[in-house]
Ligand binder design. Structure first.
Ligand SMILES: *Cc1c(COP(=O)(O)O)cnc(C)c1O
Ligand SMILES: [Zn+2]
Length: 404
């Protein structure tokens, strides 16, 4: 018997956990389901400091198929200084920028590549807005897979350099993320390669849900009042909710229905925020995304509809922030908490700031703000707003004058 089964998110039809990701009947996405009956809080306590500590809740049959580079169990930081600036007493940052490839994408990519190993696939790949490229390439390197990355051509230099360094076949597509995604899907289908965010998506999102598990465990098995999540495709926000729901079903958490999910998107690519504001159930794609937050530049978010459902289910909000607000928020986080994030993290912090200003979050509420990528991956946009240090002569008098 297998540990998991697949279930259609729409019509609930069930399937064996095979290399399959859409429902035969209705083309709905397939989710991984587990037997949640014999879990306890204590069983996780002394385990390894990676997300594989939740093995019973991850979709691998055999531990020997795990491909791990040590991702997960990242710090949940009590952000007193940032909280004070924003007017919050119980603010936490989930700092996922310190994963091995410096973004949260090590979670979904690691699970998907492990599953590719379990399925015996010959190669892996992904469509990427930047971070998934390196996460997939690094896990492919560790697992001994060839890796094909499809990405729009306008990505930050650091992200391209990093992915190439892990040995990926990096295909820079003259077009948007959605163009790259379409091509990756066709290659995956025709070659039988495991495209982590497409034909392995059911397994991929299982990695992202550990962002919920870890926060629950790090908060001593409780649920924060608000969770601020940066949204591109929406897979992560949806998966975090699935994570909390599973813990509740397993009786590891009490009631979760009071939590508030907040979706943060950049102005210039905020189709989910637009739909939320119009109270629409459908997301209208943005054809030409334009934002400094390139990792969120997904014009046609695959899980957009489901994010809207989650926002409704969990008392949610959606907020967008422009480039200037994003860059300001990056600097605010860096200067108050010593955490350097890329624009996606700036989007979370800037959206949080707006939510507090609008009175949607109370001073004493507990808030977890997800910071999902590292600042070193995207320095270009910041260089434009930071003062460039001038070069001084190595002369004590000249330099003393500028050190006050
Ligand atoms: C991909 C990405 C996101 C968005 O995740 P989705 O699952 O696509 O919504 C957020 N932050 C960073 C740093 C990312 O790389
Ligand atoms: Zn179905």
């Amino acid at each position: 018997m297998t540990k998991t089964r697949l279930q259609c998110r729409e019509c609930k039809k069930e399937y064996e956990p095979t290399f399959k990701y859409v429902c035969d009947d209705c083309f709905g996405p397939l989710d991984v389901m587990y037997d949640l009956s014999s879990l306890s809080r204590d069983m996780f306590a002394g385990r390894e400091q990676t997300y594989w500590r939740y093995f019973e809740l991850l979709p691998l049959e055999q531990k020997s198929n795990i491909v791990s580079i040590g991702a997960g169990m990242t710090p949940l930081i009590r952000a007193e200084k940032l909280g004070e600036t924003l007017g919050l007493k119980n603010l936490y940052i989930k700092n996922d920028s310190v994963n091995p490839t410096f973004s949260f994408k090590d979670r979904p990519a690691g699970v998907a590549v492990s599953k590719a190993k379990e399925f015996g696939l010959s190669a892996v790949g992904c469509a990427s807005t930047g971070n998934l490229a390196s996460a997939t390439a690094a896990h492919a390197a560790k697992g001994g897979f060839p890796c094909h990355v499809f990405a729009p051509s306008d990505l930050e230099m650091a992200k391209i350099t990093q992915a190439l360094s892990y040995g990926a076949n990096y295909i820079s597509v003259d077009g948007t993320y959605d163009d790259a995604n379409r091509i990756a899907a066709q290659i995956g289908d025709s070659r039988g390669y495991g495209i982590v965010n497409i034909n392995l998506r059911s397994y991929y999102v299982e990695g992202s849900k550990t962002l919920g598990y870890e926060v629950a465990e790090q908060m001593d098995w409780s649920v924060p009042d608000h969770l601020v999540v940066p949204v591109g495709s929406g897979a992560m926000l949806n998966a975090i909710c699935k994570g909390f729901e599973e813990l509740q079903s397993a009786s590891l958490l009490d009631e979760i229905s009071n939590m508030h999910m907040i979706a943060a998107q950049p102005h210039g690519c905020a189709p989910i925020v637009d739909a939320f504001r119009k109270k629409s159930k459908e997301v209208i794609p943005v054809e030409h995304p334009d934002t400094v937050a390139k990792s969120l530049a997904i014009g046609d978010p695959g899980d957009g509809r489901y994010v809207l459902k989650r926002l409704q289910q969990y008392n949610g909000f959606a907020e967008e922030t422009n480039n200037a607000e994003i860059l300001d928020a990056i600097l605010l986080l860096a200067k108050t908490e010593g955490i350097f994030t890329e624009p996606a993290g700036g989007v979370s912090v800037a959206a949080l700031k707006k939510m507090v200003e609008q009175g949607k979050i109370d001073k004493g509420d507990s808030v977890v703000c997800y910071v999902t990528g590292n600042g070193l991956k995207a320095t270009e946009s910041l260089m434009e707003v930071l003062p460039k240090p001038s070069v001084l002569k190595a002369d004590i008098n000249e330099i003393s004058a500028v050190v006050r």
